[in-house]
Design a protein around this ligand. Structure first.
Ligand SMILES: Nc1ncnc2c1ncn2[C@@H]1O[C@H](COP(=O)(O)OP(=O)(O)O)[C@@H](O)[C@H]1O
Ligand SMILES: [Mg+2]
Length: 258
């Protein structure tokens, strides 16, 4: 469903004094129904990658194809609509509107796409019990815990039934117990067919995914498939790979660990 080919992103400082190669020659695909985690240290290019896939920014070179659409061909004026119709986002800091109650936060993407009110109500009714939010609809974000706020953000991302759910450090602002609840929710959504691409620097978070891509200095370093491994076994493999990735290396390029 998602095909990324030879993707590169270079940031130039103003006046071109220096440049940062945030991503270099990234290629990978995501199948329909997969749950893929992207891991890497802070500054390795994870958010850059997610922002390019979200069509929030343009690559320097390379291609991103989502279910047959080349993102680069979408005119600027249509990119917000494209995002709303095809993608859902969950960010580290929830990004909820403080003056909107839970229900209004959740239906915001539907309001923007002029969905009939009856259809909005139906979707809220179907989705929110699954996220444990059906008794919170009239509350405001400041009345909720961090975990509840992140579930509202997840509901807002899912209300449009997106082809791909993108999450950037979704557990980054949560305590470990609340993070675990959110990760269980993601796993459940995936079991029901939701395709998920989650960026994280947490090995525990990544161990919930079916596949983990590791990026280092803007390049793909390695990937692990969970297969039949338990979550704990996957966690050990992820930790080993992170250790190998962080180990001092003579060369600066990507290096496989196996
Ligand atoms: N808008 C920007 N302008 C210039 N440099 C940037 C910008 N965004 C990110 N970078 C740089 O690109 C690299 C990758 O950043 P980022 O994708 O945010 O990493 P991560 O999400 O893995 O922490 C870093 O060196 C960062 O400083
Ligand atoms: Mg980031």
């Amino acid at each position: 469903m998602l095909e990324i080919t030879n993707l590169a992103k270079t940031y130039h400082t103003r006046f071109g004094a220096s440049s940062v190669h945030a991503l270099t020659d990234i290629s990978f695909g995501v199948e329909d129904g997969e749950y893929v985690a992207i891991m890497g240290e802070s500054g390795s290019g994870k958010s850059t990658l997610l922002n390019l896939i979200a069509a929030l920014d343009k690559p320097t070179s390379g291609s991103i194809n989502l279910n047959g659409t080349e993102l680069a061909t979408i005119p600027e004026a249509k990119s917000a609509k494209f995002r709303r119709e095809h993608l859902g986002f969950v960010f580290q800091d929830f990004n909820l509107l403080d003056t909107f109650n839970v229900q209004d936060n959740i239906v915001l993407p539907l309001v923007l796409s002029k969905t009939p009110v009856a259809e909005m109500a139906k979707r809220v009714h179907e989705l929110t019990p699954k996220l444990g939010l059906d008794d919170k609809l009239q509350k405001f974000p400041y009345e909720l815990s961090g975990g509840q706020q992140q579930r509202v953000a997840a509901a807002r991302a899912l209300i449009t039934d997106p082809e791909l759910l993108l999450a950037d450090e979704p557990t980054g602002a949560l305590d470990s117990r609340t993070a675990d609840e959110l990760l269980k929710l993601f796993a459940q959504l995936n079991a029901e067919g939701q395709t998920i691409l989650m960026v994280t620097h947490s090995a525990v978070a990544a161990s919930h995914a079916q596949r983990v891509l590791f990026i280092r200095d803007g390049r793909i370093f390695h990937q692990l498939y969970r297969g039949d491994l338990s979550q704990d076994e996957m966690l050990v493999k992820i930790s080993d790979t992170m250790t190998a990735m962080l180990a001092k290396q003579d060369d600066t390029g990507a290096k496989a660990v196996d």
